[in-house]
Design a protein around this ligand. Structure first.
Ligand SMILES: [Ca+2]
Length: 241
């Protein structure tokens, strides 16, 4: 299963509890990633497109939340994940930029809130890198899109429609970098202005947009290799088939 969509805003050397940032390479390793709309197949199927990856503190100090978003902008009661794609969050806890643990999320053929998800992990992957296989072992959590399942003291997961949390004046961004303009959607119209800087005051252009989010919250201890309180992890997301 070649990865069709790589990580966006990948964070390596991410201190537990910190927010994922763009391509931080704390460890001296190479970093390869992709961005929005960088292949025709992803451009034509936004559900293959990763919007963002986040890591931030969980409900208690010993917990962490990992989130991957896709498909923004998307709306409506029929908004669904692609049942033919494998959505993953990967975690490196040894500093070599190779995943040691993965979360794999798959969806059935249901539509909107009738769609069901299955979360597998955290568990060591059968294969690392860009060719992945669906895990047959390890913990699983199942639930319905739009609702949270699992354990509030263990691993819990939400998958469904949420306000896109990323903040950017995307309209002005495409005026600055017009070659990135999408082929469909509200920003696909021909260029009306050119710009060299963002507007002031800033515009949260994504504020009215929704995204499909997969949010996993679990004890930090399930992600680190040892008991070092200063342990660091790297987190990235992939969508593949
Ligand atoms: Ca590793």
């Amino acid at each position: 299963m070649p990865v069709l969509r790589g990580a966006r805003r990948t964070a390596f050397g991410l201190t537990l509890g910190a927010t994922a940032l763009v391509g931080i390479a704390v460890f001296a390793v190479g970093l390869r990633a992709s961005d929005h709309q960088d292949t025709p197949e992803v451009e034509l199927n936004p559900r293959q497109d990763i919007n963002d990856v986040y890591a931030f503190p969980g409900a208690t100090s010993d917990r962490i939340a990992l989130v991957v978003t896709t498909s923004s902008p998307i709306a409506g009661q029929s908004a669904s994940f692609d049942p033919n794609l494998l959505y993953q969050i990967k975690v490196d806890n040894t500093g070599d930029a190779v995943e040691d643990l993965v979360f794999q999320v798959t969806f059935d053929n249901g539509v909107g809130s009738a769609q069901r998800y299955t979360l597998r992990g955290p568990v060591a992957p059968a294969r690392t890198g860009t060719v992945n296989t669906l895990l047959e072992t390890g913990p699983t959590v199942t639930g319905t899109v739009g609702s949270t399942s699992g354990s509030a003291t263990g691993t819990q997961v939400f998958a469904g429609l949420r306000a896109d949390p990323f903040v950017i004046d995307l309209e002005q961004f495409f005026n600055i970098v017009p070659d990135r303009r999408p082929s469909t959607g509200p920003l696909s119209t021909p260029l009306t202005a050119t710009a060299s800087a963002f507007r002031s005051p800033g515009v949260d252009f994504l504020r009215p947009f929704n995204t499909l989010a997969i949010a996993i919250e679990l004890p930090k201890a399930l992600l680190v290799a040892g008991t070092d309180a200063a342990a660091r992890i790297g987190v990235w997301g992939t969508i593949s088939r």
